[in-house]
Write a protein that binds this ligand. Structure first.
Ligand code: 4IA
Length: 413
């Protein structure tokens, strides 16, 4: 095709000057999302020299087209083809086939629903004990710190098989990692001084000797023994679980608890039909999108809706915006258990779709089921506070007041 034809077939995208990673937008992103969706299917952001996708259809299409929108160039704004990452690239989220296949297959098996079945009863008991303990102390508490943070920290590090010492470093490590999937700004600067210590601790937890027998981590090393992974990949796959598996679940549970504290009628619906817990979790993930954004790199010149995205440049996808696109969802800003939230892109889509989602669902099911039995009514007892992060829609505090049903057991400690 002659060059002139290519040129004339290409339309310049609308330009947006707003910084999506400014603290103001991170605190309240929905107005910008609506503006980007209305502007067009592709918008150019000169500030970061990236094309952005904020509509459901285009976000989904890019997520499922790894051949044109690769992850190997990094899923943040840094282009790994030209600049070094802050850490050795993840063999899962920062690679593509063929390198991606073996780590994906191994971890996918370890975290698949049948493999998780042995955890269900134990996690249910742990959730009931935690909820009983919190309710015993009184009807007002911080549902974010005491439940959404506390529950994953009680069960997930044990399931991976890391030691007891230093677990308080997991959340700050995750926070730093998710900030670094965004641009250098005051949030990345605030965490920079902690990177050496936190990374050294996390890397030490990934060593074979640090992992207890039978846990997810030990199973990854056994896969290396079988030749299903290289010994160089094994610790990095353990690192992926510790990077991606804590903060994400914590803020997704925060999203659930915020949803029910602000939608008491939806809580009543869940209490009448507890089999909706899984729908509730996915609807909360759609509605809040704990992971808001991710980047890809164009492997060739790619044309989306007439706009040319040049080879080797970055594309920014707004998962949180796609999940509230009125062209895909009716009344998208409503948290509603009567809708079918499947098809949301809160866990991504395609070959990189969240590999830990079954673990997250199991944690949510345990915690929400324990609460359904024990709490008749939820409400906010004060203003909830956000925690700002470049990638996560996160919480700092969620004060609630509850009316216990009186069906709990005495606290187990
Ligand atoms: C990794 C997308 C996000 C949840 C994520 C973060 C880190 C890693 C994977 C996924 O380190 O592999």
């Amino acid at each position: 095709m002659p060059e002139a034809t290519v040129q004339s077939a290409t339309v310049p995208p609308p330009v947006c000057d707003t910084d999506p990673f400014s603290l103001e937008v991170l605190a309240e992103p929905h107005a910008l999302h609506a503006e980007l969706r209305a502007a067009g299917p592709v918008v150019y952001l000169p500030r970061y020299d990236v094309h952005v996708l904020a509509r459901y259809e285009e976000v989904r299409a890019a997520l499922t087209d790894w051949q044109h929108f690769e992850s190997s160039g990094g899923v943040g704004p840094v282009n790994f083809h030209h600049e070094k990452s802050w850490r050795p690239p993840s063999p899962l989220v920062e690679t593509d086939p063929p390198g991606h296949d073996a780590p994906r297959r191994v971890l996918g098996g370890i975290l698949a629903p049948p493999a998780l079945r042995r955890l269900r009863a134990r996690w249910q008991v742990a959730a009931e004990a935690l909820v009983d303990q919190v309710l015993y102390a009184g009807p007002e508490f911080d549902a974010f710190t005491e439940l959404a943070e506390a529950f994953p920290l009680r069960v997930f590090p044990d399931a991976v098989g890391i030691g007891r010492e230093g677990r308080e470093k997991l959340l700050p490590f995750g926070d730093i990692g998710f900030n670094l999937f965004g641009p250098a700004n005051e949030l990345t600067e605030a965490g920079a001084h902690l990177i050496p210590e936190l990374s050294a601790w996390v890397n030490a937890q990934c060593a074979r000797e640090a992992l207890t027998e039978g846990g997810f981590g030990a199973q990854i090393w056994e896969a290396a023994d079988r030749g299903d992974l290289t010994y160089a990949q094994a610790p990095l796959v353990v690192r992926s679980m510790l990077s991606a598996g804590v903060d994400t679940t914590v803020h997704a549970l925060g999203a659930c608890l915020y949803a029910f504290a602000t939608h008491p009628e939806q809580w009543q619906r869940l209490r009448r039909r507890p089999e909706l817990v899984r729908v509730a979790f996915d609807e909360a993930v759609r509605w809040q999108s704990p992971v808001q954004t991710f980047f890809r790199t164009a492997t060739t010149d790619v044309t989306i809706a007439g706009t040319r995205i040049p080879e080797d440049t970055k594309i920014l996808m707004f998962l949180g915006s796609a999940n509230r696109d009125p062209a895909r969802w009716s009344d998208p800003d409503r948290f509603d258990l009567s809708r079918d939230p499947s098809g949301h892109v809160g866990f991504g889509m395609g070959i990189h779709q969240c590999i830990g989602q079954h673990v997250a669902r199991l944690e949510a099911e345990a915690l929400l089921t324990a609460l359904v039995d024990r709490v008749e009514h939820f409400e906010l007892a004060g203003p909830p506070r956000r925690h700002l992060n470049n990638t996560l829609r996160a919480w700092a505090s969620l004060p609630v007041r509850v009316r216990p049903s009186g069906r709990g057991t005495s606290p187990v400690r």
